[in-house]
Design a protein around this ligand. Structure first.
Ligand code: B1M
Length: 212
């Protein structure tokens, strides 16, 4: 039953059917299907198929956008379940998708997971220039998270770290990076403090870096 429901959610994402996604995710929540199952085997699995179709020129930007809209709707229904209410924030973290990059689904997942783990999260949004990360560091963020989905924008992570150094705030923050093209090697190369391959390990990485 739960398996059928999550494969229907996956199909709804592939079709970009926002209404159906909303209905099915609500039903899955009501039926107590585990959140990770809805997320990983439904929403993310559907978006992976969309990515493949995009790569193979079966889908173009409009189809991908409507799939992303359906995915965001599904994620917004899951958010209250991921984020536990009323927890005193452990530390303030800031995150954004780097300059030139408009992909935000993965970044939004990290936001949810960090909030769920009890952190206060400042979401800087997409297409974030280095100066905005500097401002976040100056306003008390202990961690700066950067997400990039394009090989052409990954370099902005290096640039941001350079600007953090130039502005004298690099030592007051830990920098964590992630996104599909990003690797641990790249993180080491540009002098980031950490890399996380997915949103769940981004929580572990923050805890590790802050010594929690
Ligand atoms: Co774009 N796109 N896209 N796209 N898009 C990719 C990334 C691409 C791989 C597709 C492909 O060709 N197969 C390709 C990049 C190729 C490359 O650089 N090597 C690509 C391209 C080329 C483009 C455009 C250039 C297309 C064009 O216009 N010709 C354009 C660029 C626009 C721009 O940014 N300037 C573009 C546009 C778009 C849309 C706007 C249509 C849409 C984005 C909508 C949105 O985000 N609101 C879109 C989408 C949806 C995708 C795919 C299909 C899906 C991305 C996604 O959301 N995945 C993608 C193909 C793919 O990845 N399969 C593709 C699901 C998400 C959960 O995964 O973001 O990787 P991800 O996040 C993961 C981890 O990476 C990690 O956690 C998440 C999992 O738990 N993570 C972090 C992410 N950030 C983290 C930060 C952390 C830690 C972990 O710490 C801080």
């Amino acid at each position: 039953m739960a398996d059928n429901l999550v494969s229907e959610i996956k199909e709804a994402i592939i079709k970009g059917d926002m209404k159906k996604t909303e209905e099915l995710v609500s039903k899955a929540i009501e039926e107590k299907v585990p959140v990770e199952k809805i997320l990983n085997e439904g929403l993310i699995a559907g978006m992976n198929v969309v990515g493949e179709k995009f790569k193979n020129n079966e889908y173009y930007v409009p189809e991908v956008l409507i799939a992303a809209r359906a995915m965001n709707k599904g994620m917004s229904l899951l958010e209250p379940l991921i984020v536990q209410a009323g927890i005193k924030p452990i530390a303030k973290l800031a995150i954004g998708t780097v300059k030139g990059d408009l992909h935000d689904i993965g970044k939004n997942l990290v936001v949810m997971m960090w909030k769920g783990a009890g952190f206060e999260v400042v979401d800087l949004g997409i297409d974030v220039p280095p100066e905005k990360f500097v401002e976040a560091a100056r306003s008390g963020a202990k961690v700066i998270g950067m997400s990039a989905l394009l090989t052409t924008t990954m370099i902005q992570m290096k640039e941001t770290i350079e600007v953090l150094k130039r502005e004298g705030v690099r030592d007051s923050v830990k920098v964590i990076i992630g996104g599909a093209p990003v690797t641990q090697e790249f993180a080491d190369e540009i002098g980031a403090d950490g890399y996380a391959p997915d949103a769940a390990s981004a929580v572990d990485k923050v805890k590790e870096l802050l010594g929690l």
